[in-house]
Structures are given as structure tokens and as C-alpha cells.
Design a protein around this ligand. Structure first.
Ligand SMILES: *[C@@H]1O[C@H](CO)[C@@H](O)[C@H](O)[C@H]1NC(C)=O
Ligand SMILES: *[C@@H]1O[C@H](CO)[C@@H](O)[C@H](O)[C@H]1NC(C)=O
Ligand SMILES: *[C@@H]1O[C@H](CO)[C@@H](O)[C@H](O)[C@H]1NC(C)=O
Ligand SMILES: *[C@@H]1O[C@H](CO)[C@@H](O)[C@H](O)[C@H]1NC(C)=O
Ligand SMILES: CC(=O)N[C@H]1CO[C@H](CO)[C@@H](O)[C@@H]1O
Length: 464
């Protein structure tokens, strides 16, 4: 019996060593499964490199790691991402964005009408589902999942070009509060792009995985996701290698756009003060909006930003030609924080809600993970760290945390090495009687062996 066990032990060890040697001497295999983050405003794609254990977020030809979730239809072509976004001003009725807000959702007629009033394109009601009306040479409708599929196809192609292999499989993230229908339609979008979806994973779970929290000794993880237009707070609970969503709350009308809007309002008032007339031309307001957006980004790193915007103002009455002026203003971080003080305070409300619903004290939260570009704002970070009395986890780029975690999951689904021993982890291996005397050796290679095999045991299951 003991001999048998040690035979089995030797076989297992041989397999481990084969895997290890393979890893040392064979060329690393290409990733076969991509990780996709189909966001409301931005999308990204990443892969897990089994050879090195690194996640790589794939950039487009211009080196950009996210593409805007915009698709623009013209008589001759369909433009996706930055190219689509560039037409938002000149082709507004046919440039569709925010499609994720509509995917797989059944609306009450009046709610859909309310929603569509926010957009320059036409949203029509097809028996409760939203569709977008596009008029180029012909007039036709497109579904939110079709828009999603064009974005996913673009990212699939970016990955294929970068990796030099064709890709058919993906893991994709969705908001934790997506219901089954919304998940199904997200999968349908991927299928339309020629991708088989191996798993749908919740965005907060992905963000936690980006920090390796699926492998770390933590129980309660709070994920704060503050993007361009929405705030989502999730309380995750890790149990036996699975992340469960214990509570969720949010504010779907709070985000970076609102902070920019306050700054825009302020600059418009300054123009009025300086020149006695507000900017009226659409192009001027557009330029101001861009300058304000740039200033907001600068203020996360610097204490002040200098706005310099050429404007055409109707100074001498509408009969005369507008006068070109160079509007200039300095905005400080303190001013930006004052303009938004009430909005920033609203961020803690859903945090308190999830703690109350999860019946958890704030001191019981083990890790806080920040996701979404707006969590770069220093005042917001401080608000959260002061509330919990500890620093949030911020080392991963908050715009790429979700896609990084999705890629880690994709790496798990794709397997790592041909000679991999799956379904066995180092804890089991080292406790198997026959393996006992090899334990020291296993531990010596534990970085290599365990980091591969442990992963299989700790596959987190998003709560569906
Ligand atoms: C749309 O119309 C333009 C000119 O009006 C024409 O050149 C183009 O071929 C048409 N495209 C389609 C898809 O019919
Ligand atoms: C409209 O939706 C309802 C329920 O969602 C369904 O029963 C009905 O068949 C649908 N009608 C059409 C025309 O698709
Ligand atoms: C979602 O898809 C699954 C599998 O295709 C199907 O069984 C289920 O009925 C779908 N659910 C909804 C709400 O569409
Ligand atoms: C932001 O910073 C960049 C580089 O530091 C600078 O070129 C740009 O003018 C700044 N913009 C504003 C609005 O301060
Ligand atoms: C503040 C901080 O960085 N906290 C944690 C982030 O997550 C890792 C786990 O991967 C912890 O080790 C850090 O302490």
C-alpha cells in the first residue's frame, strides 16, 4: 500500500518535472483565449501569457489600450472605436454609443423614451427592446448586440494581429447586476463576432482577480467602480475559491462626465465674465469641453491646470462677424474639488448601503479595489481611504483592472502547458503520503509549479 502510494507519488512528480522542464525549454505557447471588457464607454482586450504568467493588454496600431465603445455608420462603411468616435460630431444621428445600457434589456415604453432623449441618435422600441435607427443611403435598424459585436470583432482582430494566430474563444465580463437575459445577449454579441464564450465573469470579480485576490488570503473585498457615467459598488465574499457577490449598490447618474460638466459650467461662466457673452457656437463648446476634460486629467497629477481655448464670440451683436479670442484660465485642484464637493460626497452612500446589506462592519473589509478612471481623482481616493482607515488597492491601472482580471480567467480557461497536471494543487500534492518526502523539492519549485496548478483549484465562479 505504501509502495503503491509512493509509486503514484513518483508518477505525479515526474509529471510535475516534465511540466517544469517543458516550461524551461519549449517555446511558450500562444494564448488561445482572449479576455474582453465590453464597457459602456470603453472596451479593451487582454491575454494571459502562460509562459511568463504576465497579462498583456493589447494596444491598437496607435498604441492605445482602450477603444471608445462607439460605432458610426456612413453610406460606405461602418467605423468602430476611435474612428467611430471621431464622427460623433459630424455624424451624430448615426454614431451609436452607450449600447451596453440597452443590451438584452426589456424597457417600459416611457422609460425607453426618457433614456433615448439623452442621445443624438434615435432609439426605437421594438416590443420593449431597444434598437437604433440608422439613416445612411438607406434607413435601417441595428440592435445593441450588433453594436457590441462590431466592437468585439475589432478587438478580436487587434488580438489576432498582435499574436499572429486566429482566435475563436473568449472570456467576457459583464456588470454584476446583469440578469440572465443581458448576459445572453452579451454572449450573442460575441457569437456574432465569431467568438465562442467560455465564461461570463462579473466585472468586480475580474477586478479583484487583477490584484491576485483569488489567490490571496482575503475574505471580504469591496470593489468601487466609478466610470464616466455610473458608480457601482460591490461587496464580494470569497468562499472556497469562489467569489460570491454579497451586496451591490450604485448610482447610475454619477461619474466623470458629471465632474467635467461642473468644470465646463464654471469655464462658461468665466467666459461670460471676461467677455460679457457666453460661448454659443457648438464648435466652441466642444473645444471647451475637450479642454476641460484634459484639465481634469491633469489635475489628478498636478495641483493646477492651464486652459487655453480659442473661441469665436458674438461680441458685437449677431449682425457682425464673430470675434476670435483666446480664452485662458487657471483651474486648481482645490477649485475642482470645491465645484464637485457635493457629488464626491455621494460616493459613500452606496458604500454604506452594501456594508449594511452585507451586515459587515467597515473594519471587516479586507481589501478595497478601485476600478474606473474617475477613481484616479485624489480627493475620491482620500475619501475612501479615510472612510475605511486603510489604503485601497490601486497598483493596477483602474481603466484596465477589469480586462486584466478577465485575461487571468481566460488564461485559466485556456490552460497553460501541454504537460500540465490539472485538477491537483500543491497542497494536495504535498499532503499525499507518497509525496511526503518530495515535499521539500516541490516547495523549492513552488513558484513555478504551484502558480500553475494552484490556479486550477482556485477558479473563481462568478455568482450567476
Ligand atoms: C450611397 O450613396 C453614395 C452616393 O450618394 C454612393 O456612392 C454609394 O455607393 C452608396 N452606398 C450604398 C451602400 O449604396
Ligand atoms: C412581445 O413581447 C412579449 C413578452 O415580452 C411576447 O409575449 C410577444 O410575443 C412579443 N411580441 C412580438 C410581436 O414579438
Ligand atoms: C439564456 O441562454 C440559455 C442558454 O442558451 C437559455 O437556456 C436561457 O433560457 C436564456 N435565458 C434568457 C432569459 O434569455
Ligand atoms: C496637461 O498636461 C500636458 C502635459 O503636461 C500639457 O501639455 C497640457 O497643456 C496640460 N493641459 C492643461 C489643460 O493643463
Ligand atoms: C494598499 C494595498 O496595496 N493593498 C493590497 C493590494 O493587494 C495585494 C494583494 O495582491 C496586497 O498584498 C496589498 O497589501
Amino acid at each position: 500500500m505504501a509502495g503503491e502510494m509512493s509509486m503514484i507519488g513518483s508518477v505525479i512528480l515526474a509529471l510535475f518535472l516534465a511540466g517544469y522542464l517543458g516550461q524551461q525549454y519549449l517555446p511558450p505557447p500562444k494564448p488561445k483565449v482572449i479576455g474582453l471588457d465590453l464597457g459602456t464607454t470603453f472596451c479593451s482586450v487582454a491575454v494571459f501569457h502562460p509562459g511568463t504568467g504576465d497579462v498583456e493588454v493589447i494596444a491598437d496600431k496607435e498604441g492605445r489600450k482602450s477603444i471608445p465603445s462607439a460605432v458610426s455608420f456612413t453610406p460606405s462603411e461602418v467605423l468602430v472605436g476611435h474612428e467611430g468616435q471621431n464622427l460623433a460630431d459630424t455624424n451624430p444621428q448615426n454614431t451609436i454609443y452607450d449600447a451596453k445600457r440597452f443590451i438584452g434589456k426589456i424597457f417600459q415604453p416611457d422609460l425607453l423614451e426618457q433614456e433615448s432623449a439623452r442621445y443624438p441618435f434615435k432609439v426605437i422600441n421594438n416590443n420593449g427592446s431597444a434598437e437604433f435607427l440608422v439613416t445612411t443611403n438607406q434607413t435601417f435598424t441595428v440592435t445593441p448586440e450588433f453594436i457590441g459585436s462590431r466592437l468585439l470583432l475589432k478587438m478580436k482582430k487587434m488580438a489576432e494581429r498582435h499574436l499572429g494566430v486566429s482566435i475563436q474563444k473568449a472570456v467576457i465580463s459583464v456588470p454584476a447586476d446583469f440578469d440572465e437575459r443581458q448576459r445572453n445577449y452579451t454572449v450573442r454579441a460575441a457569437n456574432l463576432a465569431g467568438l465562442e464564450v467560455l465564461r461570463v465573469i462579473n466585472e468586480p470579480t475580474a477586478a479583484a482577480m487583477a490584484y491576485g485576490l483569488h489567490k490571496a488570503d482575503v475574505f471580504n473585498v469591496l470593489v468601487v467602480d466609478l466610470g464616466g457615467g455610473t458608480l457601482d459598488v460591490s461587496l464580494l465574499n470569497k468562499q472556497g475559491g469562489m467569489f460570491l457577490t454579497r451586496a451591490m449598490a450604485g448610482n447610475n447618474k454619477l461619474g466623470g462626465q458629471d465632474f467635467s460638466q461642473r468644470l465646463l459650467q464654471y469655464t462658461m461662466e468665466r467666459v461670460q465674465q471676461q467677455y460679457g457673452t457666453p460661448p454659443t457656437l457648438k464648435e466652441d463648446i466642444h473645444r471647451l469641453r475637450q479642454a476641460v476634460e484634459a484639465a481634469k486629467l491633469n489635475l489628478t497629477l498636478q495641483s493646477s491646470a492651464h486652459l487655453r481655448v480659442p473661441l469665436l464670440l458674438e461680441l458685437q451683436g449677431p449682425a457682425k462677424d464673430p470675434l476670435p479670442v483666446m480664452f485662458q484660465a487657471v483651474v486648481t485642484r482645490q477649485l475642482f474639488e470645491e465645484l464637485n464637493a457635493d457629488l464626491f460626497r455621494k460616493i459613500l452612500a452606496p458604500v454604506e448601503t452594501v456594508l449594511a446589506e452585507g451586515q459587515l462592519g467597515k473594519e471587516e473589509v479586507d481589501e478595497i479595489v478601485l476600478v474606473g478612471g474617475s477613481t484616479r481623482i485624489p480627493r475620491i481616493r482620500r475619501l475612501i481611504s479615510e472612510y475605511f482607515g486603510k489604503e485601497p488597492n490601486t497598483s493596477v491601472d483602474p481603466d484596465l483592472a477589469v480586462v486584466t482580471g478577465v485575461a487571468i480567467q481566460a488564461g485559466i480557461m485556456g490552460g497553460s502547458w501541454p504537460l500540465q497536471v490539472t485538477g491537483l494543487d500543491c497542497r494536495q500534492a504535498s499532503l499525499a503520503p507518497g509525496l511526503f518526502h518530495y515535499r521539500a523539492m516541490l516547495l523549492k519549485y513552488s513558484d513555478v509549479l504551484c502558480s500553475q496548478t494552484m490556479v486550477f483549484r482556485s477558479v473563481p465562479e462568478p455568482m450567476q
